[in-house]
Design a binder for this molecule. Structure first.
Ligand code: AMP
Ligand code: FES
Ligand code: ZN
Ligand code: ZN
Length: 307
């Protein structure tokens, strides 16, 4: 197969776009997908100070590289979850990558915060990955606001977004459907959140990081015994094979027509007042935020087990 632009041998074939590219033109194509997405959906301004959440996987490292190439002011943020070797490896990948490229990096260590994931898993009998997600989002927001960043970017790609949208649609979850999208504006004590890879498929993201020589890690969370999204992603892979471009069309249609309709309904029903948590100051609709309540549960459980 030949590159659509220069007719050299293609290294990536993209049936969903009905095209193929050599390394140089695939890189240009990828950066254009990202920059056009940012512009069309107003994700970032030129002067935004962007904190990029780096897990060490292909998506977030590729995103950091792409945003920097596109001229944005970027700083990495890694949350070290304290899950033994797995977290050590992820952190080392992120640290090496940032050192190599000269990107500034911040690291939050959950061990130092008194809430490493293994301790939470031992004491709190609820799905650990969902609690972990709450902690990550809490620290993303806290660091962004306290350190003066104007946007927090994550590496969620098109496949992640489609799987999430599909799950929300199966439940017709009005609240989630009204909020889902590549940009959540800053409001009520929350920093602006953006997902600049929302037009980039998992396959395109993996190819980009591979071709750019970015050494990412691909170990899944050791505690996730197969999240439900994985099943949905498999369904979508089949659909995409039968009908290339389905994922893109499903998500674009939602952003153009579905999300605005759900947002209009939610606007009428929004009654939850958001206030600062009395413990940590982070926004919450209760008296104390999720994370402070979890910390308190952990404290009580440790105390009781020591009796
Ligand atoms: P995941 O939910 O693991 O697919 O991750 C989605 C996105 O969240 C990644 O692309 C990163 O931007 C961010 N993320 C996940 N885990 C971490 C972490 N430990 N530290 C910083 N960012 C993370
Ligand atoms: Fe963090 Fe599973 S414990 S994602
Ligand atoms: Zn080419
Ligand atoms: Zn709190």
């Amino acid at each position: 197969m030949k590159c659509k632009v220069c007719k050299a041998d293609a290294v990536v074939s993209l049936p969903s776009h009905n095209t193929a590219f050599c390394k140089e033109h695939f890189t240009k194509f990828y950066l254009k997908l990202v920059s056009e997405g940012i512009r069309k959906r107003s994700l970032l301004e030129r002067d935004d100070k962007v904190l990029v959440a780096l897990s060490g996987g292909k998506d977030s490292l590729g995103l950091m590289y792409a945003l920097s190439e596109l001229g944005y002011d970027v700083t990495g943020l890694h949350i070290d979850l304290g899950i033994f070797e797995s977290s050590q490896k992820a952190r080392a990948v992120v640290e090496d990558f940032c050192r190599d490229k000269g990107y500034p990096l911040k690291v939050v260590e959950l061990e130092k915060e008194g809430v490493p994931m293994p301790l939470i898993k031992k004491h709190i009998r609820r799905p650990i990955c969902s609690i972990c997600g709450k902690f990550k989002r809490h620290y993303f927001n806290k660091v962004a606001l306290e350190d003066g960043y104007t946007a927090l970017a994550t590496g969620h790609n098109l496949d992640d977004e489609v799987a999430r949208l599909f799950a929300n649609t199966l439940r017709w979850d009005q609240a989630y459907l009204s909020d889902q999208g590549p940009v959540l504006p800053a409001e009520n004590g929350f920093a602006k959140k953006v997902k600049p890879l929302f037009r980039v498929s998992e396959f395109e993201s993996a190819n980009f990081s591979f071709l750019m020589g970015i050494p990412y890690h691909h170990l899944p969370c050791p505690y996730s015994g197969g999240a439900s999204f994985t099943g949905h992603k498999l369904l979508w892979r089949d659909l995409e094979l039968r009908s290339p471009g389905s994922k893109r069309a499903f998500y674009k249609g939602f952003l153009d027509r579905g999300q605005p309709a759900f947002a209009a309904i939610a606007q009428d029903e929004k009654s939850n007042e958001v206030k600062p948590c009395i413990e940590c100051g982070c926004p919450t609709s209760a008296v104390t935020c999720n994370v402070c309540r979890l910390k308190e549960q952990l404290r009580q459980s440790i105390e009781e087990s020591g009796k």
